[in-house]
Write a protein that binds this ligand. Structure first.
Ligand SMILES: [Zn+2]
Length: 54
């Protein structure tokens, strides 16, 4: 067996993308991070809950 040295900081390299979600109520385009899609997303402008597909 070999020991793998883990470099501190590697875990911080998360890959994510920004998804543009258009608010169905006011048309505002909200930028949502792909790693936050599990959370409830609301429109920055009118606070309506966004429906994120994917
Ligand atoms: Zn809105």
């Amino acid at each position: 067996m070999s020991t793998i040295d883990r470099c501190p900081g590697n875990d911080q390299q998360k890959s994510f993308t920004i998804i543009n979600v258009t608010c169905h109520a006011c048309g505002e385009i909200n930028e949502v991070y792909s790693d936050e899609l599990q959370k409830k997303q609301t429109c920055d402008k009118c606070s309506v809950e966004l429906k994120v597909e994917g």
